[in-house]
Unconditional design. Structure first.
Length: 244
């Protein structure tokens, strides 16, 4: 990845504690922590509807910690919970999977996916699901590759937090998104991304893959202040659908 395309740094979340288990941390378990994310009410320790605990490891790769885009997308899922309840959700490049876990908590049927060869990330996803007592399916899906499991997903909502960071992957990512949306009429891709120089490429590729943007929001416009204050960056939330 080139430096200009580096994702924003992970937030220094206030509710972070050392993990009691090894989590997905492998040999660097000393860097494994658990961050707690509150939803509903005042989103605080004292006033919330539920929380999600995430096992993170700062020494491992990009899929092992919670990126700001993920916190923003997870909050959006919570605020749109009626829409998510009963839906079939696939999260692409899920990493620590916060948005997918919130979708599962509000009643969606969720499949969490990440790069097929990234076994540590997938192992960590399993540990996180167990820790939060949610039952999500976990699959290896590498963008632009067509392994058998992708043909049976038929999601009504596809999620992706901070998946637009390496422009060499954008075309493959859109190929996978377009395939998933075509497999399920009316489906939508909801993504949060750091607005960087790849913006024009994203617009170009949306047209190439027969997609259009149906909603665009400043990621901070709907965030409660208590969450927004620990995040930085120019993050947008975009809903994308087939341009029929
Ligand atoms: C910046 S991280 C974001 C992780 C998580 N969504 C979040 O926001 O906290 C990018 C994620 O995309 C995954 N990823 C990168 N390239 C991929 C590819 N070609 N196919 C599938 N997943 C990929 C990485 O493994 C990682 O989990």
């Amino acid at each position: 990845m080139d430096d200009a395309a580096s994702p924003p740094r992970p937030p220094s979340a206030a509710h972070r504690s050392p993990a009691a288990t090894g989590g997905g941390g492998g040999g660097s378990s000393s860097m494994t922590t658990i961050s707690r994310h509150f939803f509903g009410g005042a989103s605080s320790d004292e006033d919330h509807e539920f929380y999600v605990d995430i096992i993170e490891n700062m020494q491992e790769d990009y899929g092992m910690f919670v990126w700001p885009c993920s916190i923003i997308l997870a909050e959006y899922v919570w605020q749109q919970r009626l829409r998510f309840s009963g839906s079939t959700v696939v999260e692409l490049g899920a990493g620590t999977s916060l948005p997918g876990l919130v979708a599962a908590k509000v009643g969606a049927n969720v499949v969490l996916t990440d790069k097929s060869e990234d076994k540590e990330v997938m192992k960590n996803m399993r540990s996180i699901c167990n820790l939060n007592k949610v039952n999500c399916k976990i699959l290896g899906i590498t963008w632009g590759e067509w392994d058998d499991p992708i043909f049976d997903l038929n999601p009504s909502i596809v999620l992706g937090a901070d998946v637009f960071y390496d422009s060499t992957d954008f075309d493959d990512l859109f190929a996978t998104v377009a395939f998933l949306l075509q497999s399920s009429p009316g489906a939508v891709f909801i993504t949060t991304y750091q607005n960087r120089s790849g913006h024009h490429l994203i617009e170009f590729l949306m047209v190439k893959w027969g997609l259009k943007c149906s909603k665009i929001l400043d990621g901070f416009s709907f965030m409660p202040l208590c969450k927004a204050s620990s995040l930085q960056g120019n993050i947008q939330l975009v809903e994308i659908e087939l341009d029929t």
